[in-house]
Design a protein around this ligand. Structure first.
Ligand code: E4P
Length: 217
């Protein structure tokens, strides 16, 4: 499974890239607003730092506006993925970009039917929002499983990008459910390696090694 980091913060992206844990980046208007940075400049900088796909979301809600904005975003760098809302206008824009060979990420997907339409429109990625469904006491991971089944039934090549990932359990569950990609905050990705028994075991090994008085070098 590929990992994308869900952020507009360059230092977080740089840090994860150093661990080899980064396959791409997703941003959204809320993350850009939180960063306080210029949108297009930030996207161009991220694209220069990361080899993989970088999702940049349009602001327009009508198809002609999405197409116009998406073309500006796609021109920023070859690894830009135009992020579009999962609406009828979004499908129209998605079809347009698929015809141009420009990658798309259809965001704010909450049902299997939406995911079916997104795949038929030729999206590169669909982003089902797991955490926001869980917030409503619904089962976000069941949606990932349903989309996997539908895409496999019809051999759609749209990739399932599990989004709104909030914790480590979401990542492993998305991997088991067959998501192609998970996008998560940097802290969630970094936290996957941690286990108290790893820390305790390492502390014991270090103390026992020190007691031997030996040196490997
Ligand atoms: C994905 O592309 C979204 O930017 C993101 O995963 C949303 O996460 P949230 O529901 O935690 O805001």
């Amino acid at each position: 499974m590929k990992f994308f980091v869900d952020t507009a913060m360059l230092d977080e992206i740089r840090d994860l890239a150093e661990y080899g844990l980064l396959d791409g980046v997703t941003t959204n208007p809320s993350l850009i607003a939180r960063s306080g940075r210029d949108f297009k400049e930030t996207v161009a900088q991220i694209c220069a730092m990361v080899d993989g796909p970088v999702s940049a979301e349009v602001a327009a809600t009508d198809a002609p506006g999405m197409i116009a904005e998406g073309e500006v975003l796609a021109a920023l760098a070859p690894n830009v993925v135009v992020k579009l809302p999962t609406t009828l206008d979004g499908l129209k824009a998605c079809r347009h970009f698929a015809g141009q060979g420009i990658q798309t990420n259809l965001t704010l997907c909450f049902t299997a039917n939406q995911a079916l339409l997104v795949a038929k429109a030729g999206a590169t990625y669909v982003s089902p929002f797991v955490g926001r469904l869980d917030d409503l006491n619904l089962d976000g991971m069941a949606l990932i499983r349903d989309i996997r089944t539908i895409y496999d039934n019809f051999a759609f090549d749209t990739q399932i990008l599990a989004a709104s990932i909030r914790n480590a359990n979401h990542i492993s569950a998305a991997a088991i459910a067959g998501a192609d990609v998970a996008t998560a905050p940097a802290a969630v990705i970094r936290g996957l390696i941690r286990h108290p028994l790893t820390d305790a075991g390492l502390a014991t090994f270090s103390a026992d090694w020190a007691a031997t008085g030996q040196s490997i070098l």
